[in-house]
Design a protein. Sequence first.
Length: 430
Amino acid sequence: MTASAYEDTLAYLTGLEVSAGWDLKLERMRAALERRGHPEARFPAIHVAGTNGKGSAAAMLDAVLVASGYRTGLYTSPHLVDFTERIRAGGRTIPRARVVELVGELRADLEAARIPLTHFEFATLLACEWFARIGVDIGVIEVGLGGRLDATNLVRPMVTAITSIALDHEEYLGTDLGSIAAEKAGIAKPGVPLVIGRLPAEAEAVVAARADAVGAPIVRAGIDGVLADTADGLAFRGPHGVRWEGLRLALGGAFQRDNAAVALTALALAGAAFPCPPAAVRAGLAAVRWPGRLAVLGRSPLIVADGALPSIMGGRRVTLVFAVMADKAWPAMLETLGRHVARAIVTRVGRRGLDPERAAERLAGRLPVEAVAEPDVALRAALADAGPGDAILVTGSLFLVGAAYELIGGGQALFEAWQAPGAGATEPRP
């Protein structure tokens, strides 16, 4: 495989994003999966939705299952630097050569059948096809957007989970918590346990009603699955009498405890088919990698990159570098961030990115702010102005975090971060 072949493949996939964007419906995906002989039916899955935390929870699930000896398929989005980050098996990214090969095959077949897919639908199909071919034991599948009409909602879950619900993607999911909760609750399936994290009361009521309507038992992380401090780290008590002790989380941030509680509750529920020994649970949580979430990319000045909103800067003078998708709840994000930074540089990433001038107007008069069109230029400007005792916070969008990884670490640090120690092979089983 040549580098140009991979670049051509990515150009094709990017073209799907430009031409179709997000178009939430299941008819195309259902037709494509049927055309391909239902690869999604060849492995059970844990299906994870949520406004925040779903990627972290999926990474924890995957890490523990890998440490337990299972061959897992992990599908998440978006990627930070390279498309292959979205699709991993046994802790390692899909080889670029397989991406080229499978995209070519799928493209020819779907075009012959006149089944047009969006970018996310095609990526989801690609993941299902590869997981089926290499024979994964179980898939950990993160929802892309919402849940009810998301392309991943045709997988065959043994457990589903919703980590959190907040205002997000209102253009697609609705402008209030109840509407958003209804979309995310759409992943509930008859007879399949649904784990929920700490949800606002309004959202939880909607989720519970949907689960009851379809016959999905609700299991509450924090109540039915409890993660608590002990003298020897964290201890988890969950469904079916599960107890795991001496746990430590590799992912920083107090919010990750809630994500871990959701993940561990889901693992306890899946334990009849996929038991996880205590030693594997400890090893998996201690080794989990999820780049771009409270990632420290530099120390002098301190450079923290996160797709959400970290608050670990101490008393340093903080420069904010910010970009976000236009359909996110960005005014609230800027309201929170503006109270903790000395200056801001706002930029744009992606086709759906917010115009940086709009973000700059929101902060104008409160602190020095500059709108910069190109993310790499914005990041360089922040670095040029920061002293050794200062801090730079790169946040808002994971695409911006990916740009920071490329600029500061050349992408190599991110590549290494995705490769789990002792990860399994990614070629088909004999």
